[in-house]
Design a protein around this ligand. Structure first.
Ligand code: HPA
Ligand code: ZN
Length: 348
């Protein structure tokens, strides 16, 4: 095997230091843990077994996934459940050498079931602190508003989260996209920015390029989550390229939710070649068949990504993160050392 081929092997991807910027913590709930938590909380599940749950994860679009996603997370009731959920993700991420994670959570999906906001965020936060100390993973939390609910409900959630803003770096927008344009949430995002929170939004996953324009112009987002439909609008591509707005792309998610027919049809490589600031992420790994490495591996294999493509994707993820300039520099140096050592054979 040539050095070039060896440089993009599965082990090369696994050992690469990386950042994950698009992961819904509730979407990392593996069926095994769902059953364990359901058992101790006395919640009944519609699945007879872990295998049956996995077999049900066969989606036709975003909504068909969201229906099971909201159902699955109903087992989460106590602080310990949110801790265990987050800790399990961090252990998986650590095994794949994720050095920094910016994690979404959906408070309304819990508070609407009677679980207090404080229970949710305290459980998640305690695990993140342990992740930093025991696994060396730094992290940030992004609070998402459910766009199928009203802008007023989002504003109430923003205000009720005030005591915890010290633990939240940004707000985001997720759930059913089509029919729920970003512009509807302008006032909430204005309010969040007024208080020093950054903003991101899911846009252009199933929704049209117009939603990406709105996320940029109305919500003043620092990044677009997904954004793959931008390629339909050359003016938008030009804007995203010029301003190097990061796009947190999730290849396996897009195939599972039928945004693309297959991984070979995914526009990731095309977007990179257009000069866009693209990153690779797992979205909802327990439901879509893989964590960040499996996403890199699927894209590498399906799209023939080169070593340089992979380097750019990872470099983009550090640069697009909400880390300080000093921490970005440290991780970028680590990345450069990793690539250089693997090429010269200095290490291993
Ligand atoms: N899109 C929108 N909302 C979501 C997703 C997604 O991929 N995952 C969890 N909530
Ligand atoms: Zn998402």
């Amino acid at each position: 095997m040539s050095l070039r081929e060896a440089a993009v092997s599965r082990t090369f991807i696994q050992g690469m230091p990386k950042a994950e910027l698009h992961i819904h913590i509730e979407g990392s709930l593996e069926p095994e843990l769902m059953f364990e938590i359901a058992g101790r909380n006395g919640v009944s599940l519609r699945y007879a077994s872990v295998e049956e749950a996995r077999r049900a994860y066969d989606f036709s679009d975003l909504q068909s996934f969201l229906d099971l996603y909201y159902e699955g997370m109903q087992v989460l009731l106590n602080e310990r459940d949110f801790y265990d959920l987050t800790w399990a993700y961090l252990q998986r991420a650590s095994a794949q050498n994720v050095r920094h994670a910016e994690i979404f959570f959906d408070p309304q999906a819990h508070t609407d079931r009677g679980v207090p906001f404080e229970t949710v965020i305290t459980g998640i936060r305690r695990a993140l602190e342990d992740g930093e100390q025991q696994l060396g993973i730094s992290s940030e939390l992004i609070m998402c508003f459910l766009r199928h609910l009203s802008a007023e409900a989002a504003m109430e959630t923003l205000h009720s989260s005030l005591p915890f803003w010290k633990w939240i770096v940004a707000v985001g927008l997720d759930s059913s996209e089509v029919g729920h344009p970003p512009e509807d949430f302008k006032a909430v995002f204005d309010e969040a920015r007024k208080h020093g929170l950054l903003t991101v939004a899911h846009a252009g996953e199933e929704g049209p390029p117009e939603y990406i324009w709105q996320a940029l112009d109305d919500l003043k987002v620092a990044r677009i989550d997904h954004g793959v439909r931008c390629v339909e609008d050359p003016k938008l591509v030009e804007r995203l390229r010029e301003e190097q707005i990061p796009l947190t792309v999730c290849p396996l998610s897009n195939v599972k939710l039928r945004v693309f027919d297959s991984i070979q049809d995914h526009d990731l490589k095309r977007m990179l070649d257009l000069g866009l600031c693209v990153t690779v992420n797992s979205d909802d790994p327990a439901y879509f068949g893989g964590y960040i490495d499996e996403n890199f591996e699927a894209a590498r294999e399906g799209l023939g990504l080169s070593r340089d493509d992979i380097y750019r994707l990872v470099k983009n993820s550090f640069q697009a993160s909400f880390l300080s300039a000093a921490k970005k520099q440290r991780l970028l140096r680590e990345l450069d050392d990793y690539f250089a050592s693997r090429l010269t054979g200095r290490l291993r």
